[in-house]
Write a protein that binds this ligand. Structure first.
Ligand code: SF4
Length: 570
């Protein structure tokens, strides 16, 4: 991918001068997959791509070398040769391909393309995308002066090959598809998702593409009346099997031994974890990290997040993982578009007030109906706010109503009390826990936004300020009460935390390390909890829901869907 300027406008994503045959294969499989992978730079492995890579290993690892083949037909005078991994290009077609295996008889060449799996039980014995890829190889060979009228697709699991002829029809489709790819890239418009296609189940980018979800939102003019009868398939895992690693032991050292992250304190190993089981590393305070570990974490796209001892999230190290320049450009354009960025700000705040109200309605010991009614008015006002200052005022009023009733969420037997929200520094235990977990949630949302391809520092509601992850703060609004407040109330009401878990110095209250550990465990449990999505109807973890919201925000930023809708609980 490259960036150039066209009429002073930054343009992202161009095709290389020579289109790889593999890219054409993906275009035929699904034009959207091609666009996301080759123009937006998205790439994720799944079981099929990993298996394909593994099955190709033997072919790819061999250097191209001409070898003499056994001649099966003694009557043929011309000798046969073969080679593997032959890279050839055609300037006429603007295409390039690595040919897995090529058999030469004089000037005639027969290419063989290796594919994972068994011969599909379909007419012709090969998928169209594979046939077109092979046809392009035949055309490239022809343009290099060889005679090439047929080729084979070898199915590794069947150990058999299927012959494909270079028919006029297949050649036409191949050439026209190359033209169509170029045209899509010039238009800079992502193709729509396939509709109810079985291909999506095998697609490695399904969790990024969100085909059913995007189609549902695209065709729903009013998100209040989304067609709930339509079945939305959850095509990706409900939760991530990998877990975040938190290191709080002051003076600890973390390094790498083979495939393990090792944590040492005072020279003694206290824990080791497989790198493949980690989704992120969180350094809390004074902890050292080896450069060898940092390198592998960057290469594996595992972010390292840094907090001060006082819980301030101050930094993050990531690899050069995300290349979706197109999304960033759309994000900047959206931030400049007053109407659209304004409409999204209202969604964030409406979602925040709705979820705060639900929290009080469902969990408060007793709540005055008048409070709930006033919060309803705030929801209505947020939806219709006409300026940023009025939205700030509406949010402030709703937050005041919420936090002045927050103590009613604590059980009557609780040793803790809450009068008002205070921070920097927090002056009581409940505020200390809230501040700590809001910082952890901002960190998680920052990590998610980076993984989606956003710039977390450019928000729509929270205005840019040096060093402030404004977009993470925007997206956090709808999750504050359902995640952080809920965790704090749970640990207090179930006596997981006691007054002895806090230290008070002057006006500042902080948690002891053991208390932080308990609170983080409760937070991670909440993030892993499955919940039914209010629009899509399937269950997934809160962490996945945040990621899905971030991806839908990306679809909105790129004008694929008309509206963004905040996640709200009932
Ligand atoms: S999930 Fe489906 S629509 Fe989306 S890129 Fe993959 S195949 Fe195409």
């Amino acid at each position: 991918m490259s960036i150039n300027t066209e009429n002073n406008k930054i343009v992202a994503g161009e095709l290389p001068d020579f289109i790889p045959a593999r890219m054409l294969n993906e275009f035929i499989y699904c034009p959207r997959l091609f666009y996301m992978e080759w123009v937006q730079g998205e790439f994720v492995h799944n079981e099929y791509t990993l298996d394909g890579t593994f099955k190709h290993k033997n072919v790819d690892s061999e250097m191209p070398r001409i070898r003499k083949s056994k001649n099966d037909h003694a009557e043929e005078n011309e000798e046969k040769y073969h080679t593997r991994s032959l890279m050839l290009s055609s300037p006429e077609l603007g295409a390039i391909s690595k040919i897995d295996f090529a058999e030469f008889t004089g000037n005639t060449v027969v290419p063989v393309e290796y594919k994972r799996g068994k011969i599909p039980e379909i007419e012709g014995g090969a998928w169209l995308n594979d046939q077109v890829q092979l046809c392009l190889q035949m055309l490239i060979l022809r343009d290099n002066g060889f005679i090439c009228d047929n080729g084979f697709i070898y199915f590794v699991d069947s150990k058999r090959r299927i012959e494909i002829e270079r028919t006029a029809e297949l050649e036409h489709l191949t050439v026209k598809s190359l033209e169509a790819m170029r045209s899509i890239v010039v238009k800079k418009k992502i193709p729509p998702p396939l509709e109810e296609s079985g291909k999506c189940q095998k697609c490695s980018l399904v969790s990024i593409c969100l085909p059913d979800e995007t189609n549902l939102l695209k065709y729903s003019e009013n998100l209040e009346n989304v067609d709930k009868t339509k079945e939305i398939r959850r095509l990706y895992p409900a939760r991530d099997d990998r877990i975040p690693l938190y290191i709080q032991a002051q003076g600890a050292f973390i390094g790498k031994e083979g495939d393990l992250v090792t944590i040492k304190s005072n020279g003694q190993k206290i824990q080791d974890v497989r790198i493949m089981d980690i989704s992120q590393v969180n350094i809390m305070g004074n902890v050292q990290l080896s450069s060898q570990l940092l390198k592998i974490l960057c290469l594996e796209n595992i972010p390292v997040c840094y907090f001060t001892y006082g819980n301030w999230f101050y930094g993050i190290t990531t690899g050069m993982s995300h290349k979706n320049v197109e999304l960033r450009i759309s994000q900047y354009e959206l931030a400049r578009d007053e109407f659209r960025s304004w409409s999204i700000s209202r969604c964030f705040i409406e979602g925040k007030i709705r979820n705060s109200r639900t929290m009080l309605r469902r969990n408060a010991r007793s709540i005055d109906k008048d409070i709930l009614n006033r919060m309803n008015v705030s929801i209505h006002d947020a939806k219709n706010a006409q300026s940023l200052s009025s939205l700030l005022g509406i949010e402030g009023n709703a937050a005041h109503l919420y936090f002045s009733n927050f103590h009613k969420l604590l059980s009557q037997e609780s040793n803790f009390d809450f009068t008002s929200r205070n921070r920097r520094p927090p002056r009581d235990p409940v505020n200390a826990m809230l501040s700590f977990l809001y910082a952890v949630l901002v960190k998680d949302i920052t990590v998610i936004l980076l993984s989606v391809g956003f710039d977390p520092f450019l928000g729509f509601y929270h205005q840019p300020r040096y060093g402030r992850p404004a977009l993470a703060l925007d997206l956090m609004e709808e999750f504050r009460s359902v995640i952080v407040d809920s965790v704090v109330i749970t640990v207090l009401n179930t006596n997981q935390i006691s007054r002895g878990d806090f230290v008070s110095i002057a006006d500042t209250v902080t948690m002891k390390p053991e208390a932080k550990k308990k609170v983080i465990e409760a937070y991670e449990k909440r993030m892993n909890e499955l919940i039914k999505h209010p629009i899509f109807g399937y269950s997934m973890s809160y962490r996945r829901i945040i990621e899905t919201q971030a991806r839908l925000l990306a679809r909105y930023a790129m004008s694929e869907i008309e509206q963004y809708k905040a996640f709200v609980t009932r």
